[in-house]
Design a protein around this ligand. Structure first.
Ligand code: TPP
Ligand code: SF4
Length: 291
């Protein structure tokens, strides 16, 4: 197989992420595709720290730290300003965690999507508010421990289906990706770069600190999430054309995914079976939409 990951490194060494941070891997891949002609907006999240204290910066491109709710609207505003100046080639990217996307930034995100603003929104999903101490978000999966869903009151209820929400806006391009499959992620970043209008990428980015996993398993977990159908990998064009870009021939049991993470270790067998059933059901629903 010919590797397609661009060699250029825009992200600088010396960033402040924890060892094995999936979110920092995601950024490294994204910048490889977008190069220097990119501007990022960043709401409060782990990346606010990872980038480093001023005047140091790990991302190596202009980066605007914004208020929590405003990653999308800030990106839309920057894009409008560049357009007026005739600088149409610059890629403007909103980069946010799941808390800043699924919850707090949702109104601005929906507004930018509805206007079909020519920006790319990338959500790196570590499935909780990690930066402030691992609180649950609406992206936290059923069964997970967090500091606000402690063992006796672990998270019950589905993870919010952010992709379907974005698809309902009928935006030109929506896709899922995982840092465990960089070739697929890179292809989607390239496609987003070439597509005009609003693009949304949802990237699974394991967090050893919040998932209570060994940093050496970050890529393994990012792959297992896909191989168990917990995080299916697909893209949707114009809100209607669904295409699976990574096919799982034989799905692995969810126990295989859970066993490398401390955040699920309190679950009893019946609860694990319940979660397995839900994962299978949700996957069946997705399969019906694939063309
Ligand atoms: C309006 C507002 N509420 C709360 C905070 C505090 N805060 C800063 S970062 C953060 C968590 C961000 O979580 P997420 O978006 O999932 O990114 P992660 O930290 O997991 O990378 C919170 C709650 C804030 N900065 N602004
Ligand atoms: S807490 Fe998690 S997401 Fe945040 S820097 Fe550490 S590993 Fe990355």
């Amino acid at each position: 197989m010919r590797l397609t990951i661009p060699e250029q490194e825009i992200m600088q060494p010396g960033h402040l992420a924890c060892q094995g941070c999936g979110g920092s891997l995601a950024m490294r891949y994204a910048l490889k595709v977008f190069g220097k002609d990119a501007i990022l907006t960043l709401p409060a999240c782990c990346w606010s720290v990872i980038d480093g204290p001023f005047p140091y910066t790990a991302v190596g491109v202009p980066l605007f730290h914004t208020a929590f709710e405003t990653a999308a609207i800030m990106a839309s505003g920057i894009k409008a300003g560049l357009d007026i100046q005739g600088k149409t080639s610059t890629n403007v990217i909103a980069w946010a965690g799941d808390g800043g996307t699924f919850d707090i930034g949702m109104a601005a995100l929906s507004g930018s999507a509805e206007r079909n603003d020519d920006i790319l929104y990338i959500c790196y999903d570590n499935e909780a508010y990690m930066n402030t101490g691992i609180q649950r978000s609406s992206a936290t999966p059923h069964g997970a421990w967090t500091t606000t869903t402690p063992v006796k009151h672990y998270k019950r209820g589905r993870k919010k289906n952010i992709v379907e929400i974005m698809v309902a806006h009928r935006v030109p391009y929506t896709a899922t990706a995982s840092v465990g499959y960089p070739e697929d992620f890179i292809k989607k970043l390239k496609k987003a770069k070439e597509t005009r209008g609003f693009k949304f990428l949802h990237v699974l980015a394991p967090c050893p600190t919040g998932w209570k996993s060994d940093p050496k398993y970050t890529v393994k977990l990012a792959k297992l999430a896909v191989q168990t159908n917990v995080f299916p990998i697909y893209e949707v064009e114009d809100g209607i054309r669904y295409r699976q870009t990574i096919r799982v021939k034989e799905r692995k049991p969810i126990t295989e995914y859970f066993k490398y993470q401390g955040r699920f270790k309190h679950l009893k067998e019946e609860e694990v079976e319940f979660i397995q059933k839900r994962v299978d059901e949700d996957y069946e629903i997705l399969l019906r939409k694939l063309s």
